[in-house]
Design a protein around this ligand. Structure first.
Ligand code: 6PG
Length: 244
């Protein structure tokens, strides 16, 4: 496992600018080496300006495959849809072939069937052991990431690539930690002072993974934590943290 790169930026625009650079580099490398780039998108609010920025770039759109890390169990046109957000500010504005935009299904009666269907799709498109080139992640102020919420079953699932998350009884579809951990590059974007206590626990030596699921993300490839100063204030004295 490569040690995490933890960088603190003065504010959210600086954090977004850095994430744009890193995503562009990863896309260029993936397309040059493998002819395509598989990206799993984060939901929530923090990545939205990154997606808006990507929409303005000249990228090899025909070589991109877009997936999601997790999804709320709502239709794409619902205001809470992660896919709906990314489509509106980025994906509908650029010529990525529609067959290469892989939205998590939310129309099945049973969310378990949706999770299985997405697992099958991942294997069809990326092979039996799917390897994402980039996984974008956020972190909640409770330390959750994807839809791996504290003290829920999804956090410990190790025999599936996709499972059903549980947010206060609401079902979610989510990648599991093992599939994220076989990725080439994982990029956390974390902003806001409300995230300080969870970040402290995530970076501590002895906190509980089940209580702070972001700790379960330990990829074989690169791991980046991009924080703004408001979030990073609680961890800026740690040895491997760089203030930019
Ligand atoms: C979701 C996300 C979730 C998100 C965090 C952080 O669907 O909600 O995938 O894991 O990344 O909740 O959300 P914010 O960026 O809005 O703080």
């Amino acid at each position: 496992m490569t040690p995490a790169q933890i960088e603190i930026y003065p504010d959210r625009p600086a954090l977004v600018a850095r994430s744009l650079e890193l995503v562009q580099e990863c896309i260029k490398t993936a397309v040059a080496e493998r002819g395509k780039c598989a990206i799993a998108l984060a939901g929530g609010s923090t990545p939205k300006p990154l997606y808006e920025g990507l929409a303005k770039l000249d990228l090899p759109w025909a070589n991109l495959h877009i997936f999601w890390g997790d999804e709320r169990y709502v239709p794409v046109d619902h205001p809470d849809s992660n896919a709906g957000m990314a489509k509106a500010v980025w994906l509908d504005l650029v010529p990525i072939p529609p067959t290469q935009i892989h939205i998590m299904p939310t129309h099945f009666e049973q969310p378990e069937d949706a999770a299985s269907a997405y697992e099958t799709l991942l294997k069809d498109v990326l092979g039996y052991q799917p390897t994402f080139d980039i996984v974008l992640l956020g972190m909640g102020d409770d330390g959750h990431t994807l839809s791996l919420f504290p003290h829920t079953e999804a956090v410990t699932v190790s025999d599936r690539l996709v499972t059903v998350g549980n947010k206060d009884g609401e079902p979610r579809i989510t990648l599991t930690a093992p599939v994220v951990n076989q990725s080439r590059c994982v990029l956390f974007l974390v902003s806001g002072s409300n995230k300080q206590p969870a970040l402290k626990a995530v970076f501590s030596a002895d906190a509980d993974d089940l209580a702070f699921p972001s700790r379960t993300i330990r990829p074989e490839g690169e791991l980046w934590w991009l924080l703004d100063a408001a979030a990073g204030a609680a961890v800026k004295t740690l040895p491997n943290v760089r203030e930019i």
